[in-house]
Design a protein around this ligand. Structure first.
Ligand code: TYM
Length: 327
């Protein structure tokens, strides 16, 4: 029996280079050795107010990205979270096994509520519990995510352990897979903050759909420093971020990336990183456009994925309801 991978991504905009390098690029690599479920987590997306038309379009767009990036829908289960009600059901149950003190410690809740003062809703607060339900529903062994999700994964493990302690081995306790390089891609304009699709400054972020021209321009404008040395260093967040991006897209080590640009000027370096990223994204963009031209095919893939995911999820949910003592 192959082990199980689950991961999710929110359809809150066009995916970024950060989510590609921190998470999605690893999903494809892991998919031959595991049974994988990759979920478009639209229920997580509504913790921030969404325009219905845009949300629906973003969801389909994101599904097309997953396939364009190499996830074969015949071998991986790809689906929308809202199409599998077991996520919401288990989430409620797990809410009753999660402490308010634990949720109060979640740094993403603190960050997001600080940015979103007019809509600090309960969903934003219990978001990590829904995430735990996503994962635990499938007896997941491994969860490939970027660094920012590590704390949520720890909470998920704690909830699973607590539940198992009361009721026996109901859930597999999952491990996080956080890549050694690229787990936290920073913004190009503000390299001390994570690259994020919700950032107001479009130059800060590379979207997977950006044209080659726009990608190179954004890299040329990337914030660096004034000392002209291309090396990894905590004191050089901008340069370190660019080296990391370059190493990831070229499939080389950070040391190899440093060696390649030793003695080069910043202008040449930034241009090279931009070109490497544009070249990497071009074939995915073509495939994405091809997939988007056939929405009925995407809908069929999502429907089939939801059916398979439901079947798996209902097994765990039945076990949970039984041990709890529901009639
Ligand atoms: P989301 O949609 O914000 O991001 C999707 C994945 O991309 C990673 N990521 C990054 N990695 C490196 N550098 C960055 N700048 C960067 N930005 C995003 C994220 O770490 C994530 O792995 N809560 C999750 C979605 C989710 C989930 C789950 C994940 C819901 N349920 C269950 C795993 C398992 C989120 O908001 O991801």
């Amino acid at each position: 029996m192959k082990k199980i991978i689950f991961s999710g991504i929110k359809p809150t905009g066009i995916p970024t280079l950060g989510s590609l390098l921190g998470a999605m690029s690893h999903w494809e690599k892991l998919s031959s050795d595991y049974n994988c479920l990759y979920c478009v987590v639209d229920m997580h997306a509504i913790t921030i107010r969404q325009d219905p038309k845009v949300l629906r379009e973003n969801g389909r767009n994101l599904l097309a990205w997953l396939i364009a990036l190499g996830l074969d829908p015949e071998k991986n289960i790809l689906y929308f979270q809202s199409n599998v009600p077991a996520h919401a059901e288990l989430s409620w149950i797990l809410n009753c096994y999660t402490y308010v003190g634990e949720l109060n410690r979640m740094t993403q809740f603190k960050d997001k509520s600080a940015k979103n003062t007019e809509n600090i809703n309960a969903g934003l607060y219990t978001y990590p519990v829904l995430m735990a339900a996503d994962i635990l529903l499938f007896q997941t062994n491994l969860v490939p995510v970027g660094e920012d999700q590590r704390q949520h994964l720890e909470l998920c493990r704690d909830i699973a352990g607590r539940f198992n302690k009361v009721y026996g081995d109901v859930f597999a306790v999952p491990d996080a897979f956080v890549p050694p390089v690229g787990a936290r891609i920073m913004g190009l304009q503000n390299p001390t903050d994570k690259m994020s699709k919700s950032d107001d400054n479009a130059n800060d972020c590379i979207y997977l759909s950006d044209s080659p021209d726009s990608i190179v321009k954004k890299f040329k404008k990337a914030v660096t420093d004034s000392d002209n040395q291309i090396k990894m260093s905590e004191e050089k967040p901008g340069i370190s971020n660019l080296l990391t991006i370059y190493a990831c897209v070229k499939g080389i080590t950070l040391a190899e990336a440093e060696a390649e640009f030793s003695g080069a000027g910043y202008g040449h370096f930034k241009q090279s990183v931009g070109e490497a990223v544009a070249q990497t994204l071009a074939p995915y963009q073509q495939e994405h456009a091809r997939l988007m031209a056939d929405p009925a095919n995407l809908d069929a893939i999502a429907a089939k994925g939801a059916e398979k995911a439901s079947e798996m999820a209902l097994k765990t949910l039945a076990k949970v309801k039984n041990v709890i003592g529901f009639n």
